[in-house]
Design a protein around this ligand. Structure first.
Ligand code: GLC
Length: 440
C-alpha cells in the first residue's frame, strides 16, 4: 500500500538497494594512527593540539582501494560506504573549504576519489558516509555539547560560535562531494542527537540540494534520527528528510522494521566485525565467518540489508582477521548468493532449524542447525513443486518416511537421505535448500 509521495519515491529509489542486501562499511581516518577507534578524541577528551597533528603521519603507504574493492566483490558485497569525513572533521577528500584533509597529509592523495574509482570499476555501488557532527570546526558547539571533546571546558564557550556559518560549511562540503565525484549511489549522514536534529541541520534544504544535484541518490535516516531513534521514517507521514532507509546499529531488529501500519520499510543493520568501527589495534574480538553470515541471512529474512564494517589500519590495510572472514563468506556466497540477492521476508514463522528467505514463489530454507531425522517445513504439505540444493542444484526430495506419517500437515526432507538424517550439515555455515512453491 502506497501512502504518500515520500514513501512512493523512497520505494522506487531503493529498488536496487533492497535487492543488493549486502554492503561494506569502511571506517577510515586519522584515528587509525592512535588505533583506539574513531571516537577517541571525544572519549579521551583530547584537545586539537593533542589529536590533529596525526595528520603529519598519515602516509597510508599501502592504500590500494582496488584491493579493497576486489575483496568486497569476492565477499559478494554489492555496495560500499566509505567515511569521507567522520566526527573528527578530517576529510579523506580534497575539500576546498578546509586544510584538515588528506591532500594536506604526507600522502597528498584524494582518498575518496580513488575509492570511488576502484569500487565502480568492480561494479560495486558507491556511497559516502559524511558526519554532520564536526569536532574540528570552530563554529560547531563545544562546551556543553553532548559529544564534543571540549564539552567539559567552560573556556571553550560557544559565545562567538556561529552555527549558521557551520551549516554553510557543512552544506558546502556536501555540495563538493555531490558535484566533484560523479554519480554517488548513496549518502550516509551521521547523526542527530538531542536538539541537534532535522531543522537544526536545515535538513529539508539540504535534502533539496542533494536531490537537485543527484536525483536518484539514496539517503539514510540520520539527518533526523540515529541508531537510537529512526525518526519519522517509521510513521505514515515521513518528512522529506526522513531518509530512504532506517539504520539500526549493532543489532538486528526483532521483526525487521515496519511503519505504524505494519508495512515493511527499507532498513539496513550496520554491524562491526570486531567491536569497533574505526581501527582498534587491541580489539581482537572478531566474529566468526559463520556468525557474520548468519547476521546477513537474518537481515534478509527480516526484509533488511547488512552493512558489514571493516576498519583499515593507518597504512591502509584491512585487518587480516576481517579479510579472512570476508573470504569465507565469499566462498559461501559464490554457491548460495541467489538465496540472498533480491530476497526478503518470507511471511512464515521462523523455523526451528534456521531461517527462510523468499523471492516470489521461491522459498529458501537456510538450514543452520543440524536436526535428528528430517527437516520439517511446517504446514507445507502439498504446496511444494520441487526442491534443489542451492550449492550444486542437485535434487532434494520431499520425504514421506514412515515416522513422519502422523505429522502430515507438514512437508519434510532429509539433508542426508542415505542415512535418513540431517547431520552433519553439507555446508556447516548455512546449507540452503531452494523450494519452488506450487502456484496458488
Ligand atoms: C555511530 C558512531 C560512529 C559510527 C556510526 C556507524 O553513531 O557515531 O562512530 O560511524 O555509528 O553507524
Amino acid at each position: 500500500m502506497i501512502v504518500n509521495k515520500v514513501v512512493e519515491e523512497r520505494t522506487r529509489r531503493t529498488e536496487w538497494y533492497r535487492d543488493a542486501r549486502f554492503g561494506m562499511f569502511i571506517h577510515w581516518g586519522l584515528y587509525a594512527i592512535p588505533a583506539k577507534q574513531e571516537w577517541l578524541r571525544s572519549v579521551e577528551e583530547l584537545t586539537k593540539e593533542q589529536y590533529e597533528p596525526y595528520i603529519n603521519e598519515f602516509t597510508v603507504e599501502n592504500y590500494d582501494p582496488k584491493k579493497w574493492a576486489k575483496l568486497a566483490k569476492e565477499a559478494g558485497m554489492k555496495y560500499a560506504v566509505l567515511t569521507a569525513k567522520h566526527h573528527d572533521g578530517f576529510c579523506l577528500f580534497d575539500s576546498q573549504l578546509t586544510d584538515f584533509k588528506s591532500t594536506n597529509a604526507p600522502c597528498k592523495r584524494d582518498l575518496v576519489r580513488e575509492f570511488l574509482e576502484a569500487f565502480r570499476a568492480e561494479g560495486i555501488k558507491v556511497g559516502l558516509y559524511f558526519s554532520i557532527i564536526d569536532w574540528h570546526h570552530p563554529d560547531y558547539p563545544h562546551y556543553g555539547d553532548m559529544n564534543h571533546p571540549m564539552r567539559n571546558h567552560p573556556e571553550c564557550s560557544n559565545e562567538n560560535r556561529d552555527f549558521d556559518r557551520y551549516l554553510e560549511y557543512m552544506f558546502g562540503q556536501a555540495r563538493e562531494l555531490l558535484t566533484n565525484y560523479g554519480k554517488l549511489d548513496l549518502m550516509w549522514f551521521d547523526f542527530s542527537y538531542g536538539e541537534m536534529k532535522g531543522a537544526k541541520w536545515k535538513a529539508e534544504e539540504l535534502v533539496q540540494m542533494i536531490r537537485s544535484l543527484q536525483p536518484d541518490i539514496i539517503i539514510d535516516n540520520r539527518l533526523e534520527g540515529s541508531g537510537e531513534d529512526a525518526g519519522s521514517i517509521r510513521t505514515l507521514n515521513p518528512t522529506t528528510y526522513s531518509g530512504d532507509f532506517a539504520s539500526p546499529e549493532q543489532m538486528i531488529p526483532p521483526n525487521g522494521i515496519r511503519d505504524e501500519a505494519g508495512n515493511m520499510i527499507p532498513w539496513e543493520a550496520c554491524i562491526t566485525l570486531n567491536n569497533h568501527w574505526g581501527y582498534a589495534a587491541r580489539d581482537t574480538h572478531y566474529k566468526t565467518a559463520k556468525m557474520a553470515l548468519r547476521m546477513l541471512v537474518e537481515c534478509v529474512s527480516k526484509g533488511g540489508n547488512l552493512l558489514l564494517n571493516v576498519g583499515p589500519d593507518a597504512k591502509g590495510e584491512i585487518p587480516e582477521e576481517s579479510v579472512k572472514i570476508l573470504k569465507e563468506i565469499g566462498r559461501w556466497m559464490k554457491q548460495n548468493a541467489r538465496s540472498i540477492y533480491g530476497c526478503g521476508y518470507a511471511d512464515l514463522p521462523k523455523p526451528e532449524w534456521g531461517r527462510y528467505t523468499r523471492k516470489g514463489n521461491i522459498l529458501y530454507a537456510h538450514v543452520l542447525e543440524e536436526q535428528a531425522g528430517a527437516i520439517c517445513l511446517e504446514n507445507m504439505a502439498g504446496k511444494i513443486e520441487k526442491m534443489r540444493l542451492v550449492k550444486d542444484n542437485s535434487v532434494v526430495e520431499e520425504t514421506f518416511y514412515w515416522n513422519l506419517k502422523e505429522f502430515a500437515e507438514n512437508a519434510f526432507f532429509f539433508l542426508n537421505p542415505e542415512t535418513a538424517d540431517s547431520y552433519p550439515l553439507p555446508d556447516e555455515l548455512d546449507t540452503v535448500v531452494e523450494i519452488f512453491l506450487k502456484e496458488e
